[in-house]
Design a protein around this ligand. Sequence first.
Ligand code: SAM
Length: 270
Amino acid sequence: MMHWSPQLKAMVRRIVRGRDGVLADGEFAVPDWDAYQMDIHRPFDPIEAPDVEHRVVRSALAALVESGILASADYDTQRFDAMRAIVRERFDVPWTAITPRVQRLIYAINAIHRPAVMVAAGIFCGNTFISNAGAAIGPGAVYKARVLVGLEIDPIEAARAERNVRAIDDSDAVRIVAADAVAFCAGFADPIDLLYLDADDANGRGKAIYVDILNAAWGKLQPGGLLLAHNSVNNASQMQDYFAFVRDPVNCRASVNVVLDGEGLEVSVR
Ligand SMILES: C[S@@+](CC[C@H](N)C(=O)[O-])C[C@H]1O[C@@H](n2cnc3c(N)ncnc32)[C@H](O)[C@@H]1O
């Protein structure tokens, strides 16, 4: 039987579906998503040419516009470059599963949507927090946010995240909190404009905890508010209840599984 390498699959997909990927049945996937690989311990090593990364992310943003999730696919790429450069220079990142494509995608979604209140749950060392908040603080800022919350249950990692973020900005809008995201969101009083989910429950539920965090935050998520959920590909089996909720039009106006790498990001709008 013929062995189909990820590279061969990407070539065939490009011929069949085109270079820039397709939006179909609630999923946007680029042809080479499974051939695109990052060493999690060397996240700043270039994987592809910047113009290719930009084109890939732009095609995903265009799919989110087509789905009615984003109003535009335009963002300031120079500001993004400045954010990436300072994170690379000043952040202590022991490892991260956020690939350069997804870092750019998350930044661009925030830069376009401009959440006044952003909550990120399960931020580990802060790399995911800054991928979101970097659109509002530091050299990548394109707008002013009111509150940017980063939640991390492990106090050692929360402290590292705080040090990392403070190394690039001392904004009063930032609140890094060592707390359980479910309890914090249940008691959070502000309306939420963007909720980023990346917590990984240590008691065996893994990414199934997204539903608990979502339930705790749902009443505060504004109409038009965005949900970003990481690991929609490699942890899809743990996210079935989450998918059932956000893909139900009674709850979310639209939801797209954006597949630029082997991790995936489910993007939904209330
Ligand atoms: C897999 S890591 C996220 C890493 C991120 N995807 C990256 O690549 O940088 C998940 C994080 O969620 C945190 N976590 C787990 N349960 C949590 C909870 N209930 N509230 C807040 N954080 C939680 C863990 O301590 C861990 O740091």
